[in-house]
Design a protein around this ligand. Structure first.
Ligand code: 5GP
Ligand code: ZN
Length: 139
């Protein structure tokens, strides 16, 4: 499982990376194929496949890193915006099965998506899905 994980190898130094920040539980490095210059990744050092498996205690260390790094990237490349993107499972675009957060600097003329086309939903549709979610919401 984790033996073949590229990001585990990056954390261990077995694959080179452009390290930006490291804490006890968190590692951040530049994405090798940046969407825009400054695009970086923030990962838990331990292997978790998706956000579902990351313990809250680690997320509590990781999210402030995402925020700090976002501010630094924003200023470093004079960005006009920042996307924080976190893909889980193939259907959502996850290619590397070691949970990670993208910090992506954005520019108004960079040609990438700024909003997703939403579907229409009736109040009944919204209430139906709301009930399903609330029934499954973990304490
Ligand atoms: P995902 O689609 O899984 O959310 O994103 C994976 C990201 O990891 C991609 O943006 C890809 O460019 C990046 N990536 C894949 N392999 C490597 C690597 O070996 N080194 C670095 N720095 N980034 C990688
Ligand atoms: Zn891993």
């Amino acid at each position: 499982m984790t033996a073949d994980c590229i990001f585990c190898k990056i954390v261990k130094g077995e694959i080179p990376s452009t390290r930006i920040l490291e804490t006890d539980e968190v590692y951040s490095f530049l994405d090798i194929n940046p969407i825009n210059p400054g695009h970086l990744l923030v990962i838990p050092k331990k292997h978790f496949n998706t956000i579902f498996e990351i313990p809250d205690s680690i997320l509590a260390e990781l999210m402030p890193c995402v925020k700090r790094l976002s501010k630094a990237v924003y200023r470093a490349v004079s960005a006009e915006g920042i996307n924080i993107v976190q893909n889980n499972y193939r259907a959502a675009g996850q290619l590397i099965d070691h949970a990670h957060f993208h910090v992506i600097p954005r520019f108004s003329n960079d040609g990438f998506l700024t909003s997703w086309p939403g579907k229409t939903a009736s109040p009944e549709d919204l209430n139906r899905v709301k009930e399903k979610i609330l029934n499954l919401l973990e304490k």
